[in-house]
Design a protein around this ligand. Structure first.
Ligand code: SF4
Length: 357
């Protein structure tokens, strides 16, 4: 049992990111009664303990025994950047040395903090505007690696997070089982309600169906980015495998199963997907879909040749697009920018570090 548990970079079994059943298995394998698992669970998830030494209702002898084989964190903070607006961007080293990033987003006018987590190292989808797409796919994250991103951030910032978005590196629905397991642990152990969790997909039809079957009260966000097949194929190449029609059918089925309104994400790229015609097409296409539309002003990134390929449309164009896209009754919002001074867009920080190696 102990042999199969994930170990951190120091070779110790990592306890953060495990749910109560996994912690119970651990304490039993250590020859301890089950109530010890509850104590450890409380220290990790309610008190943000970062070491076994902090768990003072365990005897010194017991802590020493546990410390021989175990520790709390799984991930290591490799780099941290703090934006002028309070956004904190973390680069985490996984036990095998791979790097992923997560972002803590603080809004001055809102008390709730959000964390954007990664679900894969790199990404196979290859969206042409995305820094992570240039990294290529390396591997899936485990559920524990996803959960410990949230816990590492809460421990480091000593803050309680209220919302989780699966919008960091990777396509969550190409790692659906681990993502669903991590949602359950974030919900039951970390204590964040499923209604405060959003999973964002580029349109992986089998994954959307699998998520619908799990019927979790989370929010599904579809990164649509274009209403027409040609433009979408150009910027989200997975469209060649899962057509817009198939994706929209899966979204409709998802709503019919879960009764949860879907969010349509639309990154705005100057001269590519920001025309009046495309806004009208989008409005028409979504008029019968129970959704709201979130326009994301593009944060320019460099590709692997160091070139800036896409630019952000000016504010006048963004507002006009929003007005037209909303004409069939959908709510359209333009996302507030956060952390632009610290490479806070998906994949930018990890890309910088990978490229500089
Ligand atoms: S935008 Fe998301 S799905 Fe597309 S390449 Fe980047 S990480 Fe992958």
């Amino acid at each position: 049992m102990l042999d199969s548990m994930a170990r951190n970079a120091q070779g110790k079994i990592a306890l953060s990111g495990l749910d109560i059943n996994e912690l119970t298995d651990f304490v039993k394998a250590m020859g301890l009664p089950a109530f010890r698992a509850k104590q450890i669970h409380t220290w990790i998830y309610a008190k943000y303990a970062s070491s076994l030494d902090e768990m003072t209702d365990l005897s010194v002898e017991l802590r020493e025994k546990l410390k021989e084989v175990a520790d709390v964190p799984l991930l290591t903070i490799s780099h941290l950047e703090v934006s002028r607006d309070g956004t904190r961007k973390y680069l985490f080293a996984l036990p095998d040395g791979q790097l992923v990033e997560s972002v803590l987003i603080a809004f001055e006018d809102r008390p709730n903090l959000s964390v954007c987590v990664s679900s894969q190292v790199g990404c196979a989808v290859g969206c042409t505007f995305c820094a992570t797409g240039y990294l290529g796919f390396k591997r899936n994250l485990t559920s524990q690696e996803i959960v410990d991103q949230v816990m590492c951030i809460q421990r480091e910032a000593n803050l309680r997070v209220a919302n989780i978005v699966y919008m960091g590196q990777g396509e969550p629905l190409l790692n659906t089982k681990n993502v669903i397991d991590s949602i359950n642990t974030i919900n039951l152990s970390v204590g964040i309600g499923a209604r405060h969790i959003t999973v964002s997909t580029s349109g992986i039809v089998p994954g959307i169906n699998e998520l619908a079957a799990a019927n979790l009260p989370i929010t599904l966000a579809l990164s649509l980015h274009a209403p027409d097949a040609d433009t979408r194929e150009e910027i989200v190449p997975i469209t060649k495998k899962y057509s817009i029609h198939a994706v929209m059918q899966a979204i409709s089925d998802y709503y019919n199963t879960t009764r949860r309104r879907v969010t349509i994400e639309y990154v705005m790229l100057k001269g590519v997907n920001d025309s009046d015609d495309q806004a009208r097409h989008l409005a028409e296409m979504l008029k019968d879909v129970n959704c709201n539309i979130n326009l994301i002003p593009f944060n320019p990134t460099r590709n692997n040749k160091g070139e800036i390929v896409y630019l952000r449309p000016d504010m006048k164009t963004q507002k006009r697009f929003a007005e037209i896209a909303g004409r069939t009754g959908r709510t359209v919002t333009i996302r507030l920018e956060r952390g632009t001074d610290i490479d806070a867009a998906c994949g930018q920080l990890a890309n910088k570090f990978v490229q500089s190696k």
